[in-house]
Ligand binder design. Sequence first.
Ligand SMILES: *Cc1c(COP(=O)(O)O)cnc(C)c1O
Length: 456
Amino acid sequence: MSAQTRFILQEADLPKAWYNILADSPVAPAPVLNPITKEPVTPDFLSAIFPMNLIMQEVSSERYIDIPEPVLEAYKLYRPTPLIRALRLEKALGTPAHIYYKYEGVSPSGSHKSNSAFAQAFFNKEAGTHAMTTETGAGQWGSALSLACQFFGLDLEVYMVRCSYEQKPYRRVLMETYGAKVFASPTDRTQYGRSVLKEQPDSPGSLGIAISEAVEVAATSNGKKKYGLGSVLNHVLLHQTVIGEEALKQMDMANEYPDVVIGCVGGGSNFSGIAFPFLRENLKNGQRARLVAVEPTAAPSITRGVFGFDYGDSAQMAPIVKMYTLGHDFVPPAIHAGGLRYHGMAPALSALIDAGLINAVAVPQIPTFKAAVQFARTEGILPAPESAHAIRIAIDEALDAKEKGEKRVILFNLSGHGSFDLSAYEAYLNDSLEDYDYQVNPDEIVKHMPQVSIPA
Ligand SMILES: *Cc1c(COP(=O)(O)O)cnc(C)c1O
């Protein structure tokens, strides 16, 4: 009998609750600081940009938080997502390893971002928000939130990093089709955007700048508009845990348990989404899966950055959090994995990496695309360039297992499809991609970090 390829759950198997790592994490979360006073934030400060129900999730230490019925209804459009065994890839590699991937690209927006977008739009609607503002790098978060705002009856303004706006015009069209207004950031619509343009009229933008613009618009709207962030925050990681909860059940259907769980990291949400339920099993049920977060060498926050307090955005308006950072003024090279160019990393994930519970590796752009093409040619799915970072390490693990002659069970998250990234693939196929190795000077980063009196 040939091996099974797809492991499919039924609608009734949809997780009914999100898993909150803060309930089980052995590392206490550092306080979130007000960027002006540098004292711990009050709910008042956060409520200028977020609705109170999401603030309560952000600080919750409840282990499980129920998923509201309207969010489950939206999830049912594409969840449970499939778990697929990469049999053709295994064969091409000649490896004794078994490679499984959880495929989040089946969501309407094409990535895992919909898992938090539907939740955030729902909770904002519940709280009486009229419109949301957000930033987007590659456009996946913007697309996901555009559809979610359309479903729940909210207006949306998207500040899109200029270099992605230019590299990926079709993502903008998708957001507009779903009903959002999209602006190339830096814009002249905000005080901060104008100040950046004055210094550098041809600024390619950065996620840090776009976040500043979206936050400024919400903070100066007299409470009418709220801001939504697509990664980094505890409540976003929380919403993504449906990925890992489903994957646990599906690995069970396959009668296997992963030796290693892999995901790419930009702000940390899809990786945390697949890995945190497996971390719970490590911490509470004696499992020993290795958890590996993969980032690009062009924006190497967790492998080369500094772990300390830094601003979440470039304008120093967003809260100060303790995380791995390349400095809030980091402007990354224009690599094609636009979703992996953030200067920082989710604080909850950063603390677990610092504690040694999660491993971090960085890979360059060209070997990443090589893995993406090998995956496309064997499995058929064209991966998002971000997701390809996880594929690179999954393939390296499978080759390592081959060399050592061991059977290894590898699970990775395929966070999205790359159907809007064809210009990146074209550049790779034409040999016109470059590798960037971002040289980090930790002293320089530290010099730009805020001085805080909280013991680090
Ligand atoms: C946004 C994005 C990422 C990176 O963001 P995380 O918060 O780290 O998950 C990775 N893959 C895809 C497909 C994305 O859209």
